[in-house]
Design a protein around this ligand. Structure first.
Ligand code: E4P
Length: 221
């Protein structure tokens, strides 16, 4: 399972990449708005250059012509730029046209399995079900991911399932068990993943016991 960072913050991406955990990045207009006082085009170019894989950048237009124009601008920014298109009828038309131009699309704002099926049929490279936002309204976000996986398996669909709107490590674990292709994580969730209180406790105990044998650290001198 690939791990993407869901951020527009360059420092977070640099740290994640240094840990060897980041395969790609997803951004959206809300994440971009958090990077106040900076030119977003400059930020996007830096993100594209430091990320070792695909970077999703979203169109703002809602009509077909506008989406196409913005998609081509986004793609000009780099070979690893993936165009994020919302799940609407105009969006499906844009996805089809971009597929014909071999431009990869991440279809965003997916909230049910049939939306994912339609995005895949139109030619999306990725579909992004938003699990956290479904959980927020008492629906089962991960249940939707499982249904998408089942449908894609039934029909040998190659479109990748990119689980988005992830809020916690359990979403990540369940994505891996279901067999999702990608999870996109906020930085705080990424940092939590390698941690366990028993690991911290074990480290303290080993350190204390070692000091009983080598109080001044002689072994490594
Ligand atoms: C996905 O690509 C979106 O950027 C993101 O995961 C949305 O998450 P949110 O519901 O936490 O805003």
């Amino acid at each position: 399972m690939k791990i993407f960072l869901d951020t527009a913050n360059v420092e977070e991406i640099k740290q994640g990449v240094s840990w060897g955990l980041v395969d790609g990045v997803t951004t959206n207009p809300s994440l971009a708005s958090r990077e106040k006082g900076k030119d977003f085009k400059t930020i996007v170019k830096e993100i594209l250059s430091i990320t070792p894989g695909p970077v999703s950048i979203e169109v703002i237009a809602e009509d077909y012509d506008g989406m196409m124009k913005q998609a081509l601008k986004i793609r000009e920014l780099g070979d690893n730029a993936v165009v994020k298109i919302p799940m609407t009828l105009s969006g499906l038309r844009a996805i089809k046209s971009l597929k014909e131009k071999k431009i990869p699309v991440n279809c965003t704002l997916i909230f049910n399995p049939l939306q994912a099926l339609f995005a895949a049929k139109s030619g999306a490279e990725y579909v992004s079900p938003f699990v956290g936002r479904l959980d927020d309204i008492s629906e089962d976000g991960m249940g939707i991911v499982a249904q998408i996986k089942q449908i894609f398996t039934n029909y040998d669909i190659e479109t990748k399932i990119l689980v988005a709107s992830i809020r916690n490590p359990v979403h990540v674990l369940r994505s891996a068990i279901i067999g999702a292709d990608v999870v996109t994580l906020p930085f705080d969730v990424l940092k939590k993943l390698p941690s366990h209180p028993k690991t911290d406790e074990g480290l303290i105990r080993f350190s204390e016991d070692w000091k009983k044998i080598f109080p001044s650290g002689e072994f490594f001198l």
